[in-house]
Design a protein around this ligand. Structure first.
Ligand code: AMP
Length: 580
């Protein structure tokens, strides 16, 4: 890691003025043992004060949150309404667990309930962890074991939870179910106002489990002050969010985007945020248009959803009047898909804010900015690091290399709750932060080529899986595809391809591969499938596909708790088995 100089500390000290502090920090950063950093160690603040209380003073009746539920019903809640609900639930929990510093697990999707609970915890200085509502029993148990909550809130009813999970109690954990929660927050009358807890900036705010696209779920803990500042700055600079923005971040609450860009960033800037419970429901263009008519100015969607909308709804036009920013999350955004997205929703040559980051980084590391055009940040690139103080290692134009962060940044994770061994894996021998992705750089813009272990190396040709996938997506009949590489004694690697298409495209695929890469990259096998297995945050599970190819007869593929469409796995397994 680089040493922080005066410019670095002056810049961040100045930026801290954008937050509301109980005690302003004088120190920017303190390096502790083993690459643990404390941001603004002498500062004290509260996230709720910044996101809600501060807005009560300026705009209490303004809509803070708009929810779109499973039934596509739209509801609006002002800052003052959110504050009342938070105070009601805070009073209730304080009564049942007086004087305790709690750890709260929230089993809920993007909804009023998850938002109110996350804010209640932030207000009272309780460490929280949101887990996906659709997680199954084993996935929940594993997360409980790691996080050790004293309160577990589920958005399911008690009956449904018990029948689905097969357990109803846990030693030392108080369970609160949906019906009880609703009764409390919808009770008549004004609740007693509870003070916002004064929190030391480095205190743990939340722990979030990573999506599982990269292996076993890991619990990543973020601090309060550094994380909040980073959320706010990246929202302002990359998306152009301000108090007039209406932001649609289509992310589940149990994903980092559902924290940073659905809730904390936008509300800390006084804007309105739209929480959509089932992002997939946006494939209904009528609903999408209804949401746009709420004067939505920022549309930030998972790449997998953009691809789906593109393939399902070819002939629609939308009113672009209010739209200022388009963003994409979670996966590589192929240039052909980016071009369609910007053309359809904004302007042909406007860059898409293709955000590159991880749960571990808290917020965006690299992305184009909302006001850049494609000459400045070409489609397919993830733009540049968000500020001159986010330094990455030197990348090259043609040779793919692992991308690393070589200077500390405020959104950096504070800890990994799985333990020191997992924490240590993130740091290389020079104490730089490893992102485990491969990248190149052209004219200052960074291009991500997939995970370290997804690189294709055939007869000495090295090419990122992402590059092959992007190229194949130019074939109109392919909605989605995924390259999986397997070791091969003779050639180094061999490519297998999973393609979502109901017609055989072998000839077109070979032609496209030969003209873009050469014969060496022709896939050894193409599987045509109905869907690809994805995580609940919309990422294709490459690790699992590789595992199926290697062991088609396995009964257990490890942690599958974050898979959205488990049935797709079974279909693929059958297909691979019959090919043996
Ligand atoms: P997660 O922490 O679950 O959000 O996963 C982070 C990983 O998703 C990154 O390390 C990348 O492998 C991948 N990823 C996220 N955003 C992008 C992007 N814009 N382009 C390519 N890969 C991405």
């Amino acid at each position: 890691m680089l040493k922080f100089n005066n410019n670095f500390t002056n810049y961040y000290l100045k930026e801290t003025e954008k937050l509301v502090w109980f005690k302003k920090p004088k120190v920017v950063i303190k390096k502790n043992e083993n690459n643990h950093y404390a941001w603004f160690p002498d500062g004290q603040l509260n996230l709720y004060e910044n996101c809600i209380s501060n807005n009560l003073k300026k705009r209490q009746n303004k809509t803070a949150i708009i929810t779109v539920n499973q039934n596509k019903e739209i509801r609006k809640y002002s800052f003052i309404q959110i504050d009342k609900k938070v105070n009601k639930i805070a009073n209730y929990i304080k009564k049942i667990s007086p004087n305790k510093k709690l750890r709260v697990m929230i089993h809920a999707s993007a909804s009023l309930e998850s938002a109110v609970l996350m804010f209640t915890c932030a207000k009272l200085g309780w460490h929280f962890s949101v887990i996906f509502e659709e997680l199954e029993s084993l996935g929940i148990k594993n997360r409980i074991k790691l996080f050790r909550p004293n309160i577990f809130f589920s958005r399911l009813s008690k009956k449904k939870f018990i029948s689905k999970m097969g357990f109803k109690s846990y030693k030392k954990i108080k369970f609160i179910y949906d019906e009880q929660f609703k009764k409390i927050i919808n009770a008549k009358g004004n609740p007693k106002k509870i003070e916002n807890k004064v929190v030391d900036s480095p205190n743990s705010l939340f722990t979030l489990f990573t999506s599982g696209s990269t292996g076993v779920p890991k619990g990543i803990t973020h601090s309060t002050g550094g994380y909040l500042l980073y959320s706010k700055l990246t929202c302002q600079n990359q998306f152009g969010i301000n108090e007039n923005s209406v932001v649609l971040t289509a992310s589940d609450a149990g994903w980092i985007n559902g924290h940073t860009y659905s809730l904390f960033g936008p509300l800390s800037l006084g804007s309105t945020t739209i929480l959509i419970e089932k992002p997939i429901s946006l494939i209904d263009i009528k609903l999408f248009k209804k949401i746009l008519s709420l004067k939505t100015s920022v549309i930030y969607l998972p790449v997998t959803l953009i691809r789906l909308i593109k393939s399902l709804n070819k002939n629609f036009t939308i009113n672009k009047r209010y739209i200022k920013t388009l963003g994409s999350m979670g996966e590589p955004l192929a240039p052909s898909v980016a071009e369609w997205f910007s053309n359809k929703f904004l302007k042909k040559d406007r860059a898409v804010v293709n955000t590159y980051f991880q749960t571990e980084t808290g917020g965006i590391i690299c992305s184009p900015r909302y006001n850049q055009n494609t000459n400045q940040a070409p489609h397919g690139s993830v733009g540049q690091p968000f500020s001159e103080y986010i330094k990455i290692n030197k990348l090259e134009k043609t040779k793919v290399k692992e991308i690393k962060i070589i200077s500390p940044w405020p959104g950096m994770m504070k800890n990994v709750i799985n333990g020191k061994i997992e924490w240590n894996k993130y740091w290389d021998k020079n104490n730089n932060f490893r992102l485990f992705d491969l990248a190149t750089k052209r004219k200052k813009n960074v291009f991500i080529h997939g995970r370290n272990d997804d690189v294709v190396n055939i007869r000495g040709h090295r090419v990122g899986s992402e590059e092959i996938e992007s190229t194949l997506l130019k074939i109109k009949k392919i909605t989605e595809c995924c390259v999986v590489t397997l070791n091969d004694k003779l050639e180094g690697s061999k490519i297998c391809l999973f393609v979502v298409s109901n017609v055989n495209l072998d000839l077109e695929i070979d032609k496209m591969i030969i003209s873009n890469f050469g014969t060496y990259a022709i896939p050894k096998k193409v599987f045509y499938v109905k869907q690809l297995p994805k995580t609940r945050s919309g990422k294709i599970l490459r690790r699992l596909l590789r595992n199926i190819l290697l062991n088609p007869n396995l009964k257990n593929y490890g942690d599958t708790s974050t898979i959205l469409n488990l049935s797709s796995l079974k279909d693929i397994q059958k297909m691979v088995k019959s090919d043996e």
